[in-house]
Design a binder for this molecule. Structure first.
Ligand code: GH3
Ligand code: MG
Length: 293
């Protein structure tokens, strides 16, 4: 394992914490919690643990309840949990595993067993993170990829229609990008894609979405306070990119934007209108935005 993982050890007994910590600390970074409540707090905060060693019998919330809550929240559901317990019955072990724990270690603590199991599950967790990253993110720009965009955007549009709040979709396309490639080379083109992507990320709030839709096309989604707020935000993106001048090269984008309406039906519908607006922005001279009717 090359990277150091973060292991959260949860036990109300200081002696047990110490023993477990001494097993893990040579290979991994550690955090400790002495109650279920504290465990939940730490598990949600960044940086999140890569693994939780969770005592079952604790005053207040017991380990099973903590595990249940961890698994119920999308923020913490993917953190592997290993129960550490003095309870030895099959029934207890079954219950722990059914609640979503990946493993079950019994006390008295045998350091070699703890180390081996922790390392196994850390390896699996880090591999899974890596695969997820490859599945969700565009490798060049670090933005979400098209696959992830469609997945999330579909849900976002459905939610906005159901709960009647405004949601805007921006289709952003670099102007004359082929010429940039032709004049300065493909690697320079790649670098410009990265620089444009950085602007899109910086302008984002955490609830916004920025994705690379394809070659030199990006999609941004946000729910502004009102329509003029949406237009101001899009204009800011346009302006920031035109001022960027990466490597002293003039780079502009055109933007087509559309607000989700009931007739769109779904993400595909609103994206189509944003795309039509983008075509108009190109036709009308580029480095400009057009709003879908
Ligand atoms: P317009 O203003 O009408 O959008 O013109 P354009 O030249 O940007 O559009 P066109 O679709 O003709 O060309 C897009 C170019 O983007 C062609 C393609 O080679 C280039 N491209 C697509 N993906 C990448 C990439 O990952 N890296 C680089 N360097 N170029 C890419
Ligand atoms: Mg283009």
């Amino acid at each position: 394992m090359s990277e150091k993982a973060l292991v959260l050890i949860v036990d109300d007994s200081p002696t047990n914490l110490q023993v477990l910590a001494s097993c893990v600390k040579n290979c991994h970074r550690i955090k400790v919690a002495t109650s279920g409540e504290q465990c939940l707090q730490i598990a949600q905060a960044s940086p999140q643990p890569d693994l939780i060693l969770l005592d079952v019998e604790m005053p207040g919330m017991n380990g099973y309840e903590v595990c249940e809550q961890l698994k119920a929240s999308s923020l913490t559901a993917s953190i592997p949990v290993i129960f550490v317990t003095a309870l030895q019955g099959d029934e207890d072990e079954r219950r722990g595993l059914e609640l979503g724990a990946v493993d079950y270690i019994t006390k008295p603590i045998r350091p070699a067993i703890v180390i081996a199991r922790v390392n196994t599950h850390i390896t699996l967790k880090l591999q899974r993170d890596k695969l997820n990253k490859m599945a969700f993110y565009d490798q060049l720009t670090g933005l979400y990829n098209r696959h992830y965009l469609i997945d999330v955007a579909t849900k976002k549009v459905a939610r906005s229609l159901r709960h009647h709040y405004d949601l805007w979709v921006l289709m952003i396309d670099i102007d004359h990008f082929k010429q940039i490639n032709d004049n300065y080379g493909h690697p320079m083109g790649d670098d410009i894609l990265k620089k444009v992507a950085e602007v899109l990320v910086l302008d984002n709030r955490t609830e916004d979405l920025a994705a690379r839709f394809g070659g030199e096309e990006f999609v941004v989604m946000f729910d502004p306070s009102d329509d003029s707020d949406a237009v101001i935000k899009a204009q800011r993106i346009l302006k920031k990119i035109s001022k960027l001048k990466p490597h002293n090269i003039s780079v502009t984008v055109s933007i087509g934007m559309a607000k989700v309406v009931a007739e769109d039906g779904n993400f595909e519908g609103v994206l189509k209108r944003a795309d039509q607006a983008l075509y108009r922005a190109k036709d009308n001279g580029r480095n400009r935005l057009e709003i879908a009717r």
